[in-house]
Design a protein around this ligand. Structure first.
Ligand code: SAM
Length: 217
């Protein structure tokens, strides 16, 4: 079956069937060719309902969890988004379609470089890349940006990194899986004038966020 048809089925059976109907999310899931971000040996599995290996012990997340995270933080066209865990660059492309700018951080150099190459070839000009420990956010990154409208963390932390909370603007939202190494809860934290409000969106399982404000190994 053609990849285009597989994408249509993925959207219907994995995303809409689980209750995500936001048109702009469904549209970008159709527009962005997920198979371009999947290593050649796994490409035939690109539209399966599961995460897939991208090498270096890391994964491209399950399509549904990617869609859910973007839906929960309600990305707006004027948003500056910080993404922690570039991975394959697939979610970076989806966010770049929906937001003004994406600042994406990956700790594994080769993954960041491969993602940058694909995303540049695809023509994205609103993505800024950094290879470093994203548990501390976009510290000293280029271009300078200290405050983000939304922060998406696609690796699991033992608790919410304080540096990320500080880099969220008032009215902004952070989404992050937190818990132990094998099971986490998907948390959305909204920054209000006088503090933070947290909501739990249920169980999930991500690779670990490794860094100063994540897991130590
Ligand atoms: N959203 C990605 C995609 O579409 O391919 C999948 C991300 S993968 C589940 C999680 C990524 O987080 C991995 O590539 C991993 O190397 C990265 N990571 C883990 N700890 C990190 C840290 N402290 N800073 C930046 N990236 C980190």
């Amino acid at each position: 079956m053609k990849f285009e048809d597989q994408r249509k089925i993925m959207i219907r059976s994995q995303i809409e069937a689980r209750g995500i109907h936001t048109k702009k999310i469904l549209d970008v899931l159709f527009k962005v060719k997920r198979h371009l971000f999947v290593p050649i040996e796994n490409r035939h599995l690109s539209y399966n309902d599961s995460p897939l290996s991208i090498g270096k012990g890391q994964t491209i997340s399950q399509p549904y969890i990617v869609a859910l995270m973007m839906d929960l933080i309600d990305i707006q066209p004027e948003d500056k988004i910080l993404e922690i865990g570039t991975g394959s660059g697939y979610q970076t492309a989806l966010i770049a379609e929906l937001a003004l700018e994406v600042y994406t951080v990956e700790r594994i150099g080769v993954l960041s470089e491969e993602a940058k190459q694909i995303l540049t070839e695809m023509g994205y000009e609103n993505i800024f890349y950094k290879i470093s420990d994203g548990s501390q956010g976009w510290k000293k990154g280029f271009p300078q940006c200290n405050e983000f409208n939304k922060i998406i963390v696609s690796a699991a932390a033992p608790e919410i990194p304080r540096s990320l909370l500080k880099q969220l603007c008032v009215g902004g939202m952070l989404i992050i899986p937190t818990g132990n190494r094998f099971y986490q809860e998907l948390l959305v934290v909204e920054r209000e004038e006088k503090g933070y409000v947290q909501k739990n969106h249920g169980g999930c399982a991500f690779v670990p966020l490794i860094g100063k404000e994540g897991w130590k190994f």
